[in-house]
Design a protein around this ligand. Structure first.
Ligand SMILES: *[C@@H]1O[C@H](CO)[C@@H](O)[C@H](O)[C@H]1NC(C)=O
Ligand SMILES: *[C@@H]1O[C@H](CO)[C@@H](O)[C@H](O)[C@H]1NC(C)=O
Ligand SMILES: *[C@@H]1O[C@H](CO)[C@@H](O)[C@H](O)[C@H]1NC(C)=O
Ligand SMILES: *[C@@H]1O[C@H](CO)[C@@H](O)[C@H](O)[C@H]1NC(C)=O
Ligand SMILES: *[C@@H]1O[C@H](CO)[C@@H](O)[C@H](O)[C@H]1NC(C)=O
Ligand SMILES: *[C@@H]1O[C@H](CO)[C@@H](O)[C@H](O)[C@H]1NC(C)=O
Ligand SMILES: *[C@@H]1O[C@H](CO)[C@@H](O)[C@H](O)[C@H]1NC(C)=O
Ligand SMILES: *[C@@H]1O[C@H](CO)[C@@H](O)[C@H](O)[C@H]1NC(C)=O
Length: 539
């Protein structure tokens, strides 16, 4: 009897004891979930305490105290994150694509402070990003925001489905009760995504080297019928072949290899339009060649006006029938209008730096626009700025080229801001491509034909003033513009120019072309960067 009683007492105690332990564990588990889940909404704390439908959760009164204690440190960055989610669409609308380094700074902080649990995605070795995950990562700020707000929207929908007419925080809470496990996962996923985005955004693609890669080029003179004579070094007798086998390798990340099928899918039903000088034609031809590789029936790619590509004609539109897309080029040396005006007795050529190129109506409906201008802004080509630049009716007797360049770009920028719908059209600006004339200017014996290897160093390199102006103008635009920052990486590639292979050997000339680029060659890399950007924006 006694023993039995004591036994039952013991067992009761044991039961009570284990019950306490178990419930503590359960409680702690739920509490942790709760904390993780709630952290983003700290600054709406007051709201959800007041909102009735949500209060009904038994954990609540018990935990508020602890929560406020532990929350403060934990959640501050998330509160910031919330702000990031709520405001940036407008804010970023006003800044250009590349000017958002501050955002990435915030993300860095979030990452540290929230102490997101490590999982597969975040384990990814630091900056050594695989090309698969990359697509998601380098989402530029505007898309990042979209991703986040979509996710929130989704959450809100779920909430609204379970309970009608309650405030957002309550939504969140109820949903949390209902779909807790799922949403915890989701939060983790979202944070990981942000971290990865940060990783690639921090990757400075201009900081890298050219790596020899046998798997290049992506096409040859034999597989691409669109290389015009001026860039067709292979067909024009260039024998050394290394120059087509280099791949740009940033130190902190990889640029995915161009996938023509994927690119064509990205531009399905769209207009991809290059506008600029002959260097943009260079890049555009490269793009045609790279895309052509994925086309099975060559008859399904054609120039809509039947033009053969030569340097003399300005405008081309190639259609890829199966993808209902076009890849176009419009010549515009300055992006502003080249016209004529009377100066004294004579009618002279002028440049209307206050007026967009009159061809602009053709660019407008494009879905992706890649601009450039640089090479024509030279002393030589602008008549030294004497009686050349025009604003309104006035031909300016003298203006320096930097000022003129800046005013012209501002004219371009305001055209973009006024006429381009950023929801439809993505804008890129490719900055200047370097020339490599040695021993003289282009018209004074400058040469580069002896170069068959990239430069090891670009020690004397200074970022051209025109690029600084471009960046400055872009930064002030309302429309996001992505800079294709190819200047310094191309600077290494003294071996990439047509030099004496820019024309058929039949013609003799001692002028070498050390400005344009052989195809296949360096512009393929620019297009890989473009592809990379487009792909990341898509995700
Ligand atoms: C929540 O509280 C309401 C009344 O306040 C009650 O009717 C309902 O059953 C409670 N729900 C749960 C899940 O406790
Ligand atoms: C919380 O943050 C405050 C200052 O913001 C700091 O003094 C304190 O040590 C932090 N607490 C913990 C637990 O990190
Ligand atoms: C990023 O954007 C902020 C404003 O949104 C701006 O002040 C800052 O200068 C930009 N960063 C860069 C590097 O341009
Ligand atoms: C993030 O954490 C690392 C080390 O864990 C530290 O070096 C770095 O300063 C932290 N960054 C921020 C923004 O707190
Ligand atoms: C990236 O990872 C690969 C294999 O995991 C390794 O060989 C390479 O050295 C890494 N690169 C960097 C920059 O860490
Ligand atoms: C391509 O270039 C090679 C030399 O590199 C030349 O033999 C061949 O005829 C060229 N093909 C075409 C189609 O021009
Ligand atoms: C290119 O992309 C297509 C479609 O996404 C895919 O099927 C194909 O495997 C990719 N090619 C390469 C070489 O990665
Ligand atoms: C472009 O690259 C140059 C050097 O390569 C760098 O100085 C400049 O800041 C970069 N511009 C942007 C917007 O990243």
């Amino acid at each position: 009897m006694e023993r039995q009683r004591s036994f039952s007492l013991k067992s009761t105690r044991f039961v009570v004891f284990s019950f306490t332990i178990t419930s503590s564990i359960i409680f702690l588990t739920f509490f942790s979930f709760w904390v993780i889940k709630f952290t983003p909404f700290i600054n709406q704390e007051t709201h959800f305490q007041l909102s009735k439908p949500a209060v009904n959760v038994s954990l609540k009164p018990l935990t508020v105290q602890t929560l406020t204690g532990s929350r403060r440190n934990f959640t501050a960055p998330n509160a910031k994150n919330l702000i990031l989610i709520d405001t940036p669409v407008n804010k970023l609308d006003k800044t250009s694509g590349f000017s958002n380094l501050s955002v990435s700074g915030d993300i860095q902080k979030e990452k540290n402070d929230t102490q997101v649990p490590k999982d597969e995605a975040s384990k990814g070795d630091g900056l050594n990003v695989t090309s698969l995950s990359r697509g998601e990562e380098s989402v530029p700020a505007p898309s990042l925001i979209e991703v986040q707000s979509n996710e929130r929207l989704q959450e809100k929908k779920i909430g609204a489905a379970s309970v009608e007419k309650i405030e957002l925080p309550s939504d969140q809470q109820i949903k949390k009760e209902n779909v807790r496990a799922a949403s915890v996962q989701k939060v983790e996923r979202a944070s990981n995504k942000r971290i990865e985005e940060k990783k690639t955004r921090d990757c400075d693609i201009t900081n890298g080297r050219w790596a020899y890669d046998e798997s290049y080029p992506l096409y040859t003179n034999a597989t691409c019928p669109f290389i015009d004579e001026g860039f067709n070094c292979m067909s024009n007798g260039r024998l050394d072949k290394h120059y087509i086998k280099w791949k740009w390798q940033p130190h902190d990340c990889d640029i995915p290899r161009f996938n023509a099928t994927k690119m064509l899918e990205l531009i399905r039903g769209k207009r991809l339009v290059f506008v600029g000088d002959s260097i943009n034609r260079n890049q555009w031809e490269s793009m045609l060649c790279m895309l052509f590789g994925a086309v099975r029936d060559p008859r399904k790619v054609y120039e809509t006006h039947g033009r053969r590509i030569t340097k003399d004609k300005g405008n081309y539109c190639f259609k890829f029938v199966d993808y209902k897309c076009t890849v176009e080029y419009y010549v515009s040396h300055f992006l502003v209008h080249e016209g004529k005006a009377r100066v004294g007795q004579k009618r002279v050529q002028t440049l209307r730096i206050d007026s967009i190129d009159h061809g602009s109506s053709r660019w407008r409906g494009a879905d992706i626009l890649i601009f450039n201008t640089a090479h024509w802004w030279s002393h030589y080509k602008t008549k030294a700025g004497i009686n050349y630049y025009q604003e309104g009716d006035q031909v300016l007797p003298r203006l320096d080229v930097s000022t003129a360049f800046k005013r012209a770009l501002m004219t371009w920028a305001s055209w973009v801001d006024k006429r381009i719908n950023p929801r439809k059209t993505q804008i890129f600006f490719r900055n200047s491509a370097p020339s490599h004339f040695r021993g003289g200017q282009w018209n004074a014996g400058g040469h580069c034909a002896e170069a068959t290897q990239p430069l090891n160093k670009i020690s004397g390199f200074s970022y051209p003033e025109k690029n600084v102006i471009v960046e400055d103008v872009i930064k002030r635009m309302r429309t996001p513009v992505t800079l294709l920052n190819i200047t310094s990486l191309s600077e290494y590639r003294i071996d990439g120019h047509p030099s004496i292979y820019g024309r058929n050997k039949r013609y003799s000339s001692n002028i070498q072309d050390c400005s344009h680029w052989c195809l296949p060659g360096v512009p393929d890399t620019w297009n890989e960067l473009l592809y990379f950007q487009l792909q990341s924006k898509k995700e």
